[in-house]
Each structure stands twice: as C-alpha cells, then as structure tokens.
Design a protein around this ligand. Structure first.
Ligand code: TA6
Length: 274
C-alpha cells in the first residue's frame, strides 16, 4: 500500500520479526531500514523531497553514470525520476518490492538510449538486499556506470571502523593518490575513495553495533565516502553535524563501464546484514 512520507509516495515493507524498510518511488530509493529496533540507514533531516532533486540519504541509485565520469548530470538521472511499481510481494520469509524505470521523454532529455531497469528491494529478518537489473531494449549498444550509493547510519563516525578492504587497491579521490589498503579504515575528516571490491563481506563496526556489507561480483568497486565537517557544511541538504552520523559504503561498477549489446542484460546487488 502506498503511503506518503514528506509529501512523496512511498511503500513500507515488513519482515516477520518487526524489521521494516521504507522505499520512495522517487528514485526507487530506500529511505529507511529498521532492523532489531535500530535505524540502519542515514536520511538527512534536511533532505529535499520535491519530486525532482535527489534525496540525500538512504540508498540512492546512480545510473547510468557515476559521479561526473561522463556528460550526464552528476550520478545520472535515475535518482531524479519517479519509478513505477505494482507493490510488494510477500512469501517464504521474504518481502520483495520491484520498481521499474524505462526510457521515456524525461530520460531522453539527458540520454537517448532505450533501457529497462528493475530495482528489487528484498527485506528479510535482519537483512536488506537491493538488486538491480539493467536491460538494453534498443537497437544500438551502449555503456553505463552504476552505484548503489548507500548511506549507512553510524552513531559517531570518529569511532566507526570499516573492515574487510585490507589488501584491496585504493584510489583516494581527495588526494588523488593510488595505494593498497592496509588494515581497517577509520575516519577523521573528508574521505572519498574507490576500492577494488573485496571477495568477502565488509564489516562496519559502530560502537557495539555491526553491519555486514556484501556485493555481487559484477560490482567491481566499493566506494567509501564521508564528506567530513567542512564539505558537509557546504551541502545545503545536510545539517552541520550530519557527517558524524553517516558513512556511504557503495557497491559500484565504475572503473570499467558495463557494455550492453541490444537485448543484453546486467545484474548487480548489495546486501546489508545486521
Ligand atoms: O560516491 C561518492 C561521491 O561521488 C562523492 O564524490 C560525493 O560527491 C558524493 O558522491 C555525493 O554526491 P551528491 O551528488 O549526492 O552530492
């Protein structure tokens, strides 16, 4: 059933143990995931809900372009458009909501390609999985980059540690330096890095809480972002202290764009486990 959250149509999913997820049709964006009575995602209290702007927080989908790696608006347009859905389906301990975006006059303003994207939000006890399927429905091949730009809630970024990227190649986008990650990651100020993805799930330690973050092998990179205090103060849709309560851990395929021939498909996912 569709409900209204901050003026936008949304759908709430329920798991048997009381866990819930809230998904906006705008951007097919997960806005909230409550597991074990605790909110696991960060949604900015200053996020704009005007049905056009990207919503700051939750799980935005960056498609068909990541960041400014191409001519399209930053992070593409999928997060700026309303998606369609037939509603949630429940069964076998899992609730699944499928949302759809296909090319139309709105997308063709930015990008001429014919496409169909399905984003599935799959809620089960203690787990949220977001799956994305992209299909080329046109007659010419095209390329895209993609990211599930998840804003994870942390009580205090200064105490948070991200484990599991040890030994992975890293590009520090702030300093423009390439290296190999050594040990767990802590945060003190702006952090924006692209890692070659790890084989095993990452662990985000936030005080006594822990979240495991896994992604499909088709997502070849993991992006880790926190704006730090100075950049956060310049983001109109973030409160000054917002950076202290979030960490983006993003499943991405961005270093090599995905090439889709006519009729071809690609799928990728991110899984969060409390
Ligand atoms: O994924 C990290 C990043 O690309 C950062 O460079 C930062 O710009 C962030 O995304 C947020 O982008 P946005 O357009 O949502 O403000």
């Amino acid at each position: 059933m569709v409900e209204t959250f901050r003026g936008q149509p949304c759908i709430r999913l329920h798991a048997g143990n009381g866990d819930t997820a809230l998904v906006a049709l705008h951007g097919a964006q997960v806005l909230s995931w409550v597991s074990g009575g605790r909110e696991r995602l960060y949604l900015s209290p200053k996020a704009v809900f005007d049905g056009q702007a990207a919503i700051r927080g939750g799980i935005p989908l960056c498609f068909p372009q990541f960041n400014q790696r191409g001519p399209l608006p930053k992070h593409g347009f999928a997060r700026n458009l309303a998606w369609r859905t037939d509603g949630a389906q429940a069964g076998e301990g899992v609730t699944r909501l499928s949302l759809h975006l296909t090319d139309d006059e709105r997308s063709r303003v930015w990008w001429p390609q014919a496409f169909a994207v399905r984003l599935d939000v799959v809620l089960s006890e203690g787990q949220l999985q977001v799956e994305c399927a992209v299909r080329n429905t046109g007659a010419v091949a095209w390329d895209f980059t993609i990211a599930l730009h998840s804003y994870l809630h942390v009580d205090d970024i200064a105490q948070a540690r991200l484990q599991g990227l040890d030994g992975c190649a890293r590009w520090d986008a702030v300093a423009d330096v390439r290296s190999v990650q050594q040990g767990p990651i802590g945060f003190a100020g702006e952090y924006d890095s692209v890692f070659a993805s790890a084989l095993a799930p990452l662990q985000l330690h936030d005080g006594t809480h822990r979240l495991d973050v896994a992604q499909s092998p088709t997502m070849g990179q993991t992006v880790v972002w926190n704006p730090g205090a100075a950049l956060c103060a310049r983001l109109a849709d973030m409160p000054p202290e917002g950076h202290a309560h979030m960490l983006c851990v993003e499943a991405a395929q961005i270093d090599t764009p995905v090439h889709l021939a006519p009729g071809a498909s690609w799928t990728g996912w991110q899984r969060l486990r409390a």
